[in-house]
Design a protein around this ligand. Structure first.
Ligand code: SAH
Ligand code: AVI
Length: 307
């Protein structure tokens, strides 16, 4: 907790104030994210689900029998259900997520739906070392699952580090099945992060409510505004909270001052080219074994194997 507070203060006292996107995900934030996935503008979830529905048999045969499935950032495990239905004689399913209540409630539903599968949830921040449970039966291979293009929420070097962790977890003969969002018409991307119902705005502002509760800070959410902008030259969306007036907020012993119009960067969401992503995966020791995309090439699901 003290480390977390120091890291938060460090981010909020830089020239560009930043907060890690992991603070989106308390119980309310996870529920708001689920709402986002159903929005007409948020093409990512719908497109990834379509790709999976079309190619699930091929995916399942690449994974093969008696695998262990380790999911990073499992959320509601919606897409995973398709894998759990199709994978042959799964050894164990290990969902890892930082949002504790949401993870445990989701996994109760998964256990009810798949009583024959061993489900061993792990509450952890996957950016820090964490222990995976021993599987009840020896798997033939470990397959790490990382859907949703959550990889895009990490800057290049952190993304490579995270892919390296997954490479390590996959182990010899293992693989990574990952959802990767692709570059496309900026208007499509901008709409996805500025939905007309304002759910993404609530998701972004909830981060301050979460931090107020956990750390006793006093950010006034009524004086911050959501902003999300896709920069095609950088291939990423910057999600920000804009201070609507000059104001202060107290966080621990630190008084944070905001000028009118000053921003807190809360998230990047990178959009990749297939080649760009393959280069990044290669830095972590993966080669692309298979890529599935939709007809418009908006999103990809990729099966990466250890090179
Ligand atoms: N996989 C789901 C959810 C994606 S939302 C999908 O594809 O729809 C991102 C998920 O990652 C959330 O459930 C969030 O709680 C989790 N998450 C984000 N940062 C994390 C971190 N540092 N450690 C563990 N989980 C994290
Ligand atoms: C979890 N992650 C992949 C989402 C994204 O699209 O980058 C988070 C999100 N931020 C705003 N809307 C959704």
């Amino acid at each position: 907790m003290a480390d977390e507070l120091s890291a938060l203060i460090a981010g909020l006292t830089q020239a560009q104030k930043t907060i890690s996107p992991k603070y989106f995900y308390d119980e309310t934030g996870s529920a708001l994210f689920d709402e986002i996935t159903k929005l007409p503008e948020y093409y990512l979830t719908r497109t990834e689900l379509d790709i999976m529905r079309t190619h699930i048999d091929e995916m399942a045969s690449l994974v093969g029998p008696q695998a262990s499935l380790i999911e990073f950032g499992s959320g509601s495990s919606l897409k995973t259900r398709m894998l759990l239905e199709h994978l042959d004689d799964l050894a164990v399913y290990v969902p890892v997520d930082i949002s504790e209540e949401h993870l445990l409630a989701s996994q109760r539903r998964i256990r009810d739906a798949f009583p024959h599968i061993d489900v061993l949830p792990v509450v952890a921040d996957f950016m820090h070392p964490f222990q995976l449970p021993d599987p009840p039966t020896m798997p033939i291979r470990n397959v790490v699952y990382f859907p949703g293009s959550t990889i895009g929420n990490f800057e290049h070097d952190d993304a490579v580090d995270l892919l390296r962790v997954m490479h390590e977890e996959a182990g010899a003969g293992g693989a990574l099945l990952i959802g990767v969002d692709l570059q496309k018409d900026p208007s499509v991307i901008n709409a996805a992060y500025n939905d007309s119902a304002g759910v993404t705005a609530r998701f972004n502002l909830n981060m301050l409510t979460h931090i107020n509760r956990e750390f006793g800070s006093d950010f006034d959410t009524s004086f911050f505004e959501h902003r999300a902008t896709y920069r095609p030259d950088q291939g990423r969306v910057a999600v920000e909270l804009v201070s609507m007036k000059r104001q202060d907020a107290q966080l621990g012993a630190e008084t944070l001052s905001f000028a009118k119009g000053e921003t807190i960067l809360t998230e990047y969401s990178h959009k990749y080219t297939l080649d760009g992503f393959a280069d990044m995966a290669a830095m972590a020791g993966f080669k692309v074994g298979h890529v599935w995309t939709d007809a418009r090439q908006w999103f990809s699901v990729q099966y990466l194997v250890r090179s």
